[in-house]
Design a protein around this ligand. Structure first.
Ligand code: BG6
Length: 466
């Protein structure tokens, strides 16, 4: 929720109109917004290609067919509203033509779905053609390559736009189960008294993907897992899991709370990070034959606050792992005494499964029916069954940006704070270990878990019966 009633944008311009992100995410989001009646404005794609506007419409149609299906009415509206400006981002003429295409609109939203090294060029082009009055600018991740480049990018953007006009996207923040982390923690009273070092032994966060770089080798080889998903998606999730209660419910209260959580995360130590690369990665198209870019990273993170001191956070992400799932496991301390004569009590675990399905569960021990006081480990579990009409992250985030609601976007200080955490381990500061596809990364990853106690792998997607 924004503090002031912000005015809605009256045109949507997306740079990178012929690119991969537009194809996978933006066209479906535009169609969804049109179906909800939330996008009655000119939609202008910008890119440099041999396509004309009909070519762009055809590409939009193909994208929709591939991602959930084209809705005849909404696609007709999208086609009608869509314009295309073809040109080089370094050529001022491109921006003059864009200015013309914008006509009488006065509050455009620019979505930069382009590589980060072009953000500055495009914003300067927009400023040069007088396109930035009343505008909002949405920028994709990764926001920079490290702390220094993120700071430089922030300076460039701020030369032309106030912070209130800049919307840094992290699509994880648009996901329902990610928002629910914040909601679940602070809309209930039972969790907060135990959500600290007195009761929590460790936290494991895993983002596993069964697939590889899927034709994105050129992009990925310049980035690697730490820049691609740790600096943003994973640290955002950890911030939501660990932040203090916000002082209020306004966007800035929540962003302030998250910012303090980032500031408390200790910069990663190279000795507590293990990087891996799946066998066969160097043969992927667009990847350097001697690449030492990581497709897997496991790390131990520390949060230096009274609440979290000495609680280890194990965070890992990787491609070509045995399954696709994102889970957070919060392990509580064991009971202080062994009262029953069966196996030692297992620790209680709070499990947040964020994808591919959504589960919140509590791992507990219950007595098995019978004469003996013998127990079994079970999960008390709530599973969210998706109903057809839920908003996908890009639809949610674009809709928010159009309305000027910045709550689910990353603020300048937060993006820099997150880079500060990963900066010491970027690039080749740690060795790279090869791992076989369909395994949980290199064996060395065990080193980052507490006393080699191992990692929690994402659990079952459904509960076995009692
Ligand atoms: C993107 C990364 O930001 O997130 C990809 O660039 C990754 O490498 C993707 O696969 C994962 O997103 P999701 O929503 O499919 O979990």
């Amino acid at each position: 929720m924004s503090e002031t009633a912000a005015s809605e944008s009256d045109a949507l311009v997306f740079f990178g109109a012929t690119g991969d992100l537009a194809y996978r995410q933006i066209f479906p989001a535009l169609q969804a917004l049109i179906r909800r009646g939330r996008l009655e404005m000119p939609i202008i794609g910008v890119a440099k290609s041999t396509m004309d506007v009909d070519g762009l419409r055809a590409r939009a149609h193909e994208s929709l067919e591939r991602h959930g299906g084209a809705d005849a009415g909404a696609f007709a509206a999208l086609s009608k509203q869509m314009q295309y400006v073809n040109g080089d981002y370094r050529d001022p003429e491109t921006f003059r033509r864009l200015r013309q295409a914008l006509g009488r609109t006065s509050r455009p939203l620019y979505y930069l779905a382009i590589p980060p090294d072009l953000f500055g060029t495009v914003v300067e082009g927009l400023a040069g053609a007088d396109c930035l009055h009343g505008a909002r600018v949405v920028v994709e991740k990764p926001f920079g390559r490290d702390l220094a480049s993120a700071q430089a990018l922030n300076r460039t953007l701020h030369e032309h736009c106030p912070e209130s006009a800049i919307f840094r996207i992290d699509h994880y923040l648009g996901k329902e189960p990610v928002q629910n982390l914040l909601y679940f923690r602070f809309a209930n009273s039972f969790l907060e008294p135990i959500w600290n070092r007195e009761h929590i032994e460790s936290v494991h966060v895993t983002m596993a993907e069964e697939f590889g770089v899927e034709g994105r080798g050129r992009f990925y080889d310049g980035v690697g897992a730490i820049r691609d998903v740790v600096q943003n998606h994973l640290l955002q999730v950890v911030a939501l899991l660990t932040m203090e209660a916000p002082l209020g419910h306004l966007a800035e209260d929540i962003r302030d709370g998250k910012q303090r959580a980032f500031r408390a995360m200790r910069p990663l130590a190279p000795s507590e990070v293990v990087r891996g690369q799946y066998a066969g990665y160097r043969q992927e198209s667009g990847v350097a034959p001697d690449s030492d870019v990581e497709t897997f990273a496991a790390m131990r993170l520390h949060i230096d606050t009274w609440r979290w001191a000495d609680v280890p956070f194990h965070v890992r992400a990787g491609k070509h792992l045995p399954q696709t799932a994102m889970e957070l496991h919060v392990t509580l301390r064991r009971p202080p005494q062994r009262v029953f004569d069966d196996a030692p009590a297992a620790a209680n675990v709070v499990r947040f499964r964020l994808s591919p399905n959504v589960i919140i569960s509590l791992g507990v021990r219950v007595k098995v029916p019978g004469e003996a006081m013998i127990g079994d480990n079970i999960e008390l579990l709530a599973q969210h069954i998706a109903e057809g009409d839920e908003m996908a992250p890009y639809e949610r985030l674009l809709g928010d940006a159009i309305r000027g609601d910045a709550m689910l976007f990353v603020r300048e200080d937060a993006v820099e704070a997150a880079w500060r955490i990963v900066d010491p381990v970027l690039g080749d500061k740690t060795p790279i270990h090869q791992y076989e596809p369909k395994t949980w990364g290199p064996a060395e990853a065990a080193r980052t878990s507490v006393a080699g106690s191992g990692w929690y792998n994402p659990g079952p997607s459904v509960q076995r019966p009692l």
